[in-house]
Design a protein around this ligand. Structure first.
Ligand SMILES: C[S@@+](CC[C@H](N)C(=O)[O-])C[C@H]1O[C@@H](n2cnc3c(N)ncnc32)[C@H](O)[C@@H]1O
Length: 213
């Protein structure tokens, strides 16, 4: 059985370490509404710095993968794909892919959260040959265990990619209820999660895809 460890604590502090070579990161950073004390401008800077810390935490040839959904705030579109790539640039990492995950069928107008999420993989030294390409547009995100969860189908796609890189351990420093950890274990990879909320950390310790609605 693949292992799972969930730490109830600060994911940013966790990212200050250099992870072993066989570790990859797969995560969704919190939205500005989850850290209201920062304000939107402060959160943007925090987000970019934290992406950079995640990029620096993995080994030179390892990958960090981010699943993020944009938000509209005060009549402005906050593009988290741009913020992820800004953080990656600051850490000297480059994109290996930038996929779009449809949250609703293409052509649907949404008035709240946008109709797609970003799935972005970055690395400092790894390169992907054209033959290693997979679909750039994922037609459905799968099921979500709660409103801020990763979609299960998107998580499975990301973990499939991470497994191909040779990683053995998946780290999610903002693991919420544990979607990334469940997907990693289901694929035979060990998983480490960090989560500030005691309640969500407890759920993350036992989450499986079978728990989904
Ligand atoms: C977008 S949600 C992640 C959802 C998760 N991917 C899932 O599928 O359940 C972000 C999570 O980060 C947590 N969080 C916020 N600040 C944190 C911090 N400094 N350290 C660790 N977790 C934090 C929030 O409590 C929230 O559960």
């Amino acid at each position: 059985m693949p292992a799972r460890e969930v730490i109830c604590g600060d994911g940013v502090a966790y990212l200050a370490r250099r992870l072993p070579d066989d570790h990859a990161i797969f995560t969704s950073l919190p939205d500005h509404s989850e850290i209201p004390a920062l304000g939107v401008a402060g959160w943007r800077a925090w987000f970019v710095d934290t992406v950079a810390a995640a990029c620096r935490a993995v080994a030179d040839d390892a990958v960090a993968v981010f699943y993020q959904t944009d938000v509209k705030h005060d009549g402005r579109w906050i593009d988290k794909g741009h913020l992820v790539l800004s953080g990656a640039d600051a850490a000297g990492s480059h994109a290996l892919f930038h996929k779009v995950v449809c949250r609703v069928p293409a052509g649907t107008t949404t008035f709240g959260r946008p109709a797609y999420a970003h799935l972005i993989a970055v690395s400092r030294e790894r390169r992907l040959s054209p033959g290693a390409s997979t679909a750039d547009v994922l037609p459905a995100l799968g099921t979500m265990s709660w409103s801020r969860a990763m979609g299960s189908a998107a998580a499975e796609a990301a973990i499939g990619f991470i497994a191909e890189t040779g990683a053995r351990v998946v780290v999610d420093p903002f693991c919420g209820q544990g979607t990334a950890l469940a997907a990693a274990n289901a694929a035979g990879l060990d998983a480490i999660g960090v989560e500030l909320s005691r309640r969500r950390a407890a759920k993350a310790r036992t989450a499986t895809f079978a728990d989904r609605p």
